[in-house]
Write a protein that binds this ligand. Structure first.
Ligand SMILES: *Cc1c(COP(=O)(O)O)cnc(C)c1O
Length: 230
């Protein structure tokens, strides 16, 4: 257990504060807070932090690097957790990621869909949309969303939940999230069940809730600052 330094809030206090802010933003948006899943992103933090979170009732955990996620999932096999993979997936690691991840938030290209096809268990996924002009960022560009959705719908072993995005730096978050919501409506014409939207992080989750986010990916607001990148 990490002891809080005097005056700084503990993990459970930060978690409670975020839960309250989520409930408030949901009420403001005329929504029910229960249809919003808070995924706690624990990258760079040790597995022991995830155990603490589980003891506080958190079962949705997000990771963005395959090796780290795989090691933690193995170490925490005794804990009831849903693993959300939120980082870029390399094609050659796709099969390994699907072996421990319950949900993959970052499906962004046809070749990755093909690499994730399986006749074994189904894995849930989001299509990640790139809202920047930088093609090096993860995500399919908005024009490619519908064809990619069709490819996932035709792929055995994948279940499409909806869209995921990160609000670009410098852009107004609320407008970015509105754009994702509109794209999501188009996906829903192809796949009526694909109603979920994974958007909203520590700095912008109230805006995401206002635009219909169903899955928030929150790191530092709950975990505190991340240990330095290794
Ligand atoms: C790290 C990360 C988050 C959480 O970011 P915070 O700003 O710490 O809340 C959310 N989504 C993705 C894809 C991430 O990599």
């Amino acid at each position: 257990m990490s002891l809080p330094t005097p005056g700084s809030p503990s993990l459970s206090e930060r978690l409670d504060a975020v839960r309250e802010r989520v409930a408030e933003a949901a009420t403001t948006a005329g929504r029910v807070g229960d249809d919003i899943t808070i995924i706690v992103v624990t990258k760079f933090h040790p597995a022991s932090l995830i155990r603490e979170l589980a003891a506080l009732g958190v079962h949705d955990i997000g990771e963005n690097r395959h090796q780290e996620a795989q090691a933690k999932a193995a170490e925490l096999a005794d804990v009831e957790l849903n693993w959300h993979f939120v980082g870029q997936v390399q094609g050659k690691k796709a099969r390994q990621v699907r072996s421990y991840a319950n949900v993959i938030h970052s499906v962004d290209r046809p070749a990755l869909v093909d690499a994730l096809v399986s006749t074994e268990h189904e894995v849930a996924c989001f299509l990640q949309v790139n809202l920047t002009d930088d093609t090096g960022r993860g995500g399919v560009d908005p024009a490619g969303v519908e064809p990619l959705a069709e490819r996932v719908l035709a792929a055995p072993g994948l279940r499409l939940l909806g869209l995921m995005a990160v609000a670009p730096l410098g852009a107004e978050a609320r407008r970015s999230f509105a754009q994702v919501r509109e794209l999501g409506e188009r996906v829903r014409m192809l796949a009526p069940e694909a109603t979920s939207l994974s958007m909203g992080m520590s700095q912008d989750f109230p805006d995401a809730i206002a635009e219909g986010a169903t899955h928030l990916r929150i790191g530092t607001a709950i975990t505190g600052n991340r240990p330095a990148e290794r």
